[in-house]
Design a protein around this ligand. Structure first.
Ligand SMILES: NC(=O)c1ccc[n+]([C@@H]2O[C@H](COP(=O)([O-])OP(=O)(O)OC[C@H]3O[C@@H](n4cnc5c(N)ncnc54)[C@H](O)[C@@H]3O)[C@@H](O)[C@H]2O)c1
Length: 437
């Protein structure tokens, strides 16, 4: 069992003290607020929260919980320090790290007096890059070396107030972000009894995941509420609608559609989203989330175009023109917007699309093709390699199995992958670029 100090005794810190003691560790709490230190040192919780009083008292009676007003004692008497201080928004929206850095300064002063290895765990929610900042600050203050005398671990807290103890002990995931193998082993042991999946990631991934999770949770709430407002106007039971929505665990409540890549298109998503926004507008309802989805998609297409322009390459190839792989349907295809904009900028264009070639050969969909995209048909090539051989920049909008080998074969051609080919052998090549990963 470990000796652990907890810096910051608010919601996260108080629950942390009680739960770490429940797991059998000896925990000492520190806070700049002496009232909180005083309460913990008497075995009393600093917050109102289900179950916390009982386990705090249990840990205190077992002699595993104490508190101190000395940061030096908190560091020198423990092997691990959990940072649970507040990181509120500054006026411009960024997270204010001043409380965290002041606690880090105190830990650094304590570290100076230590000869044994110490782990600093960032439990507070922080922006990506904070792990490096904390590490550099600790080196400066303590005179010790990261990776030799200490390690900084990014380990976000996923608890919800009201369910905090249960969430601490049954987390959806345990995320450990560190490059330090020694610290990783020790952290794994701390969380071993929780039976939750532990995932090791780069510190920046561990840092940004809390922003991503909470932003998505906020999106879920507002999406549900906007659907509720529309349904109410139309005299439809919104709870029945959303219950039905949640029953679809293939497309709705699943990882489907969550992979960063290129814009949506096709005959259904754009049309039905417009249809729903029309219902809201015609009922004088403001639905800012639903009404900004289309704009976000357009901005994403523009981002791809900006990237193409920034390469300064005017000989462009596109692999995949229909709205997604496996179909000759090109209605509202984002790749067609790209192709037209690229031509509009005066670049040369070569296109390969297996399904449009098949449609031309089989003479299916021919009338549509000739009516809607006659201006693009002359640029269609019979093979992928033709496109690559005739271009200096190739944009990939569908996963084509022939492409990875061509990326290696044509090192002078730059490949901009909008969908991620998911081939590790090409991702490090200098002529390969992932669009948004
Ligand atoms: N509250 C939640 O549900 C929750 C859940 C997950 C993550 N988080 C994150 O955890 C962090 C803490 O959140 P919280 O709700 O516990 O905040 P809180 O405001 O309840 O507690 C923060 C504590 O830090 C103390 N503090 C400030 N400066 C200090 C210093 N230099 N040294 C020691 N203590 C110091 C404060 O006195 C306070 O008691 C935040 O980054 C928050 O975003 C919160």
């Amino acid at each position: 069992m470990a000796n652990i100090s907890v810096f910051g005794l608010g919601y996260v810190g108080c629950v942390g003290v009680a739960c770490l003691a429940k797991l059998g560790h000896h925990v000492v709490g520190y806070d700049i607020d002496s009232n909180k230190v005083d309460r913990i040192s008497r075995g009393l919780a600093t917050i109102v929260e289900r179950d916390v009083d009982a386990i705090m008292s249990e840990g205190f009676k077992a002699g595993r919980i104490s508190a101190t007003t000395s940061t030096q004692d908190a560091v020198t008497q423990t092997e691990i320090s959990f940072l649970c201080v507040g990181t509120p928004n500054a006026a411009d929206g960024r997270l204010n790290l001043s409380f965290l850095l002041s606690a880090v300064q105190a830990i650094g002063n304590g570290l100076r007096l230590k000869s044994t290895f110490h782990i600093v765990v960032i439990r507070s929610t922080v922006p990506p890059g904070t792990n490096d900042i904390v590490s550099a600050a600790l080196e400066k203050v303590s005179g010790k070396k990261a990776g030799i005398n200490f390690a900084v671990v990014s380990n976000p807290e996923f608890l919800r107030e009201g369910m905090a103890v249960s969430d601490f002990l049954n987390p959806p995931l345990t995320v450990i972000g560190t490059e330090d193998k020694n610290a990783l082993g020790i952290m794994r042991k701390i969380y071993d009894p929780l039976f939750s999946e532990t995932v090791e990631v780069a510190p920046k991934v561990a840092e940004i995941i809390k922003f991503v999770n909470n932003s998505y949770h906020a999106l879920k709430v507002t999406f549900g509420n906007e659907i509720g407002a529309i349904c109410k106007k139309l005299d439809i039971d919104s709870h029945q609608v959303m219950n039905l929505f949640c029953k679809d665990t293939q497309l709705n409540i699943s990882s489907y559609y969550f992979t960063p890549g290129f814009a949506y298109g096709g005959s259904c998503l754009p049309k039905d989203l417009k249809g729903l926004n029309f219902l809201a507008q015609s009922n004088q309802l403001e639905v800012p989330v639903l009404s900004s989805i289309e704009l976000s998609n357009e901005v994403h297409i523009q981002r791809a175009l900006d990237r193409v322009q920034a390469t300064d390459i005017r000989s462009v190839g596109i692999i995949g023109l229909t709205f997604k792989a496996g179909t000759d349907d090109f209605r509202n295809s984002a790749a067609i917007h790209l192709a037209e904009a690229i031509l509009g900028k005066g670049s040369t264009l070569h296109v390969y699309d297996r399904f449009l070639n098949m449609a031309q050969e089989k003479e299916t969909n021919l009338r549509e093709l000739n009516e809607k995209i006659p201006h693009l048909l002359p640029f269609l090539e019979k093979t992928v390699e033709n496109v690559v051989a005739k271009s200096l920049l190739v944009i990939i909008t569908v996963r084509n199995p022939e492409v990875p080998a061509l990326i290696s074969k044509y090192p002078k051609v730059h490949f901009l992958d909008l969908v991620r080919l998911k081939d590790p052998s090409i991702e490090e090549l200098p002529n390969y670029e992932g669009f948004c990963w």
